[in-house]
Design a protein around this ligand. Structure first.
Ligand code: NOJ
Length: 726
């Protein structure tokens, strides 16, 4: 738990010396504008990269060559409290010096940045890393991200994202821990601990900004930024708990979501930002808008103009305005006219100052040096963790006849552009990444001295046939480009594209076993690929150590242990698809009048929690006992195969009746155990009774009652362990 110090009297003293304009200045986060070839903001440039108007390489080039306008006159005048998108020590220190030495009150700046899955040492994308089901790992990679980012002058990251995401069409499913409530909470809390450490004033601690509050992952039809319309019961049971877990873990900042909930945009939602976050959950950190989100309330149609949007936002509890200039341009008038009471402005500025005090910025405004930056980025020990994380994130989806691991003498032909594309390995949101840092599959194969050849995307039919004929197995690297997931990257068809499927079909038609390695940022609907392949390895976007980690798995140096944290549908039309659904009155079945599709199965292609290993596990002795502190669940897990391994043991419940319908399964606990070949371990879970409560029709929290079934096993289709009558 994070160490808390009391800065209230210092905050009040400082506020009493500040003019209205200076207070408003503290609420202004600005991004550098680029001057030169492009006269656009950093935000717009990011957008251009994400929607494919420019490549990541072009983005990098522009960022390094274009002159940046940091609005230094505004800074000197005390009209800027924070920057977004400054990610190098020299610039951060230069701007900080202006703030400290040249503004009237010398209040230090706060630097925020999107450090989503590592800074320079890019780790697997969050959806991938969640498949490790390992809070210690999540914390460790978060710690490394903080060490690197703070060395580059960053004080706060816009992460973790804990938006429960059940619609694989939504591109941002890649940025969180998948579809489950409990997992998102555990993942988010671990990241908060990793980013912040136990003392935010340390030079290598970085404030966590939890996002996107709330329910951003539930946008209609999986379309980014889209409306969210859901019952309050569902919001409280399925969407809010992960944000609360992060607040409880001590997260010092929160970012409201772009979307509206039941007609009210989160940016101006007082109920969310004051009643729930501050009053009910006791949060006293800083609330910062998403980029331009306050101004976008005009587009939502909730405010007639930016001034009205600014008024609504600050009254609702939004402290800082990210790059929309609504506060800096409109708040002064609103305060002077009395439409926004000055104490509301004081509270908002106080929240910003508190975070700056907690980060130790008043005592040590320069938390880094160019030397520290140079000595910290991409250290070999960080790369080692990136490799460990990528290995643990990998999910073995299919492995017919134990075709994997490859034997040393196996002759391999490697196909697919993604096998050689270093820059694609980082996935979405890797702003501090460099393509040259990444190890591709081709490089990793070359380094191993195996018998292999690469047949690149330009190879003609004859070359492909020749490669196939002279090889024992065909490995195809296919999936999504990193631009196909992340922000503003929803897809209406989540299959592997036609060109890549043609390649897979061709390879399969040779009769040689095809091993598919998937690079992607979301679950894919790939039933045909599944049929054609002998093995499927889900590598996601694995980060800088991609090739090495994949080869570790393909060659059997390590045993895969990852398990899916998001359901893979069999068809896009099944989306949203998730394991914790309710039953309906006519659960899908054989007869016509049941809840199903005419042209697609109701089962997923790969269920939540699923993942294979090079060994096998047997679950025996499942038992359930009601005790005073909760339901105790016992199971013995034996490694029945020939290799040591790690198994993720999962415990689900089903409340058979309730005052409102209950999900058919809910994950209640999990653990990862290592088992030597032949070894057996006993696992115990305790499900506290309090964890069974839910909301009735009147929104009263009611305790669980009636029969509860408990399932324990290696995925969400785990077998019944027993039941308890409450
Ligand atoms: C927009 C995204 O929604 C948010 O997640 C991100 O942190 C901000 N832009 C800042 O780049």
């Amino acid at each position: 738990m994070i160490m808390k110090r009391d800065y209230e009297s210092r905050i009040q003293k400082l506020l009493s010396r500040m003019t209205i304009e200076e207070k408003i200045g503290q609420l202004q986060q600005c991004g550098p504008s680029l001057v030169g070839a492009f006269d656009v903001s950093f935000e717009e440039l990011l957008n251009m990269m994400f929607d494919g108007r420019i490549s990541q390489e072009e983005f990098g080039r522009l960022m390094s060559t274009a002159e940046q306008d940091y609005h230094e006159e505004d800074l000197r005048a005390g009209r800027i409290g924070s920057y977004n998108g400054v990610g190098d020590a020299a610039t951060a220190n230069r701007l900080q010096k202006i703030a400290v030495e040249e503004t009237r009150l010398g209040i230090p700046l706060l630097f925020g940045y999107d450090v989503i899955h590592g800074f320079r040492t890019v780790m697997p994308i969050p959806l991938a890393e969640s498949c490790a089901w390992e809070p210690e790992l999540w914390e460790k990679t978060g710690r490394i991200a903080a060490k690197e980012a703070t060395a580059a002058g960053i004080h706060m990251t816009f992460a973790p994202m804990v938006d429960v995401a059940r619609d694989a069409r939504w591109g941002r499913i890649s940025e969180g821990a998948g579809e489950d409530v409990l997992l998102n909470g555990a993942y988010g809390a671990a990241k908060v601990r990793g980013f912040q450490s136990d003392d935010l004033s340390r030079e290598n601690a970085m404030a966590a900004c939890v996002k996107h509050f709330a329910a951003y992952g539930a946008g209609e039809a999986g379309r980014d930024y889209n409306r969210v319309d859901m019952s309050l019961q569902r919001l409280w049971e399925e969407y809010l708990p992960p944000y609360k877990a992060c607040v409880d873990a001590g997260a010092r900042a929160v970012m409201p979501a772009f979307n509206d909930i039941n007609g009210l945009p989160c940016s101006v939602n007082r109920w969310l930002l004051r009643d729930i976050l501050r009053e009910k959950w006791g949060f006293n950190g800083m609330v910062i808008s998403d980029a331009n989100a306050i101004a976008e309330c005009v587009n939502h149609g909730i405010a007639a103009d930016r001034k009205e949007a600014a008024r609504q936002a600050i009254l609702a509890g939004m402290d800082m305005d990210m790059t929309s200039n609504s506060y800096i341009e409109c708040l002064q008038e609103l305060v002077e006219s009395g439409e926004v009471p000055e104490y509301v402005l004081d509270e908002a500025a106080g929240d910003v100052l508190r975070l700056k005090f907690e980060l130790g910025l008043f005592d040590h405004p320069y938390r880094t040096t160019a030397d520290r930056e140079q000595n910290t980025l991409l250290r070999p020990e960080y790369r080692a963790v990136a490799r460990e994380a990528a290995i643990k994130s990998t999910v073995l989806l299919k492995n017919d006849n134990n075709i994997l691991p490859l034997k040393r003498e196996t002759r391999v032909a490697l196909f697919g552009a993604l096998a050689a594309d270093k820059g694609q390995m980082t996935g979405a949101w890797a702003v501090g990444a460099k393509a040259e840092d990444c190890v591709s599959m081709v490089e990793a194969f070359a380094a191993r001295g195996l018998c292999w050849r690469y047949c690149g995307p330009d190879a003609d039919e004859a070359a492909l046939q020749a490669a196939a004929e002279t090889s024992d197995v065909l490995v195809a690297a296919v999936g999504e480009m990193k631009e196909e997931s992340g922000e503003a990257a929803s897809r209406a068809d989540i299959t592997v594209n036609a060109e890549q499927m043609t390649l897979i079909r061709k390879l399969a038609s040779t009769g040689k076993p095809v091993i598919v390695v998937l690079f992607n940022g979301r679950p894919l609907a790939i039933p045909e690929l599944h049929e054609l392949a002998a093995a499927v390895v889900e590598a996601w976007h694995p980060g800088v150590e991609a090739g090495n980690a994949i080869l570790d798995i393909l060659c059997g140096d390590v045993n895969p242990s990852g398990k899916l944290t998001a359901t893979f549908p069999a068809a896009t039309g099944q989306c949203p698809m998730y394991y914790a659904h309710i039953n309906t009155g006519r659960p899908g079945g054989k007869s016509k009048f049941t809840s199903k599709y005419l042209d697609a199965p109701i089962e997923p292609l790969y269920p939540f929690g699923y993942g294979l290993s090079y060994t096998t596990y047997a679950y025996t002795g499942r038992k359930v006992e009601k005790r005073e502190d909760g339901i105790h669940v016992f199971v013995s897990v034996t490694n029945t195969g020939g290799r040591d391994g790690e198994e993720i043991v999962q415990c689900y419940i089903q409340q058979m009746t309730g005052r409102r319908v209950r999900p058919v399964r809910q994950l209640k606990d999990f653990t990862k155990i290592s088992l030597k070949a032949g070894e057996t371990k006993m696992v115990t879970f305790v499900i506290p009774y309090a964890g069974l409560s839910y909301y009735d029709w009147e929104m009263k929290e009611v305790p669980g009652e009636g029969i509860v079934k408990i399932y324990v096993g290696g995925d969400s289709q785990a077998e019944l362990a027993g039941q308890a009558a409450l």
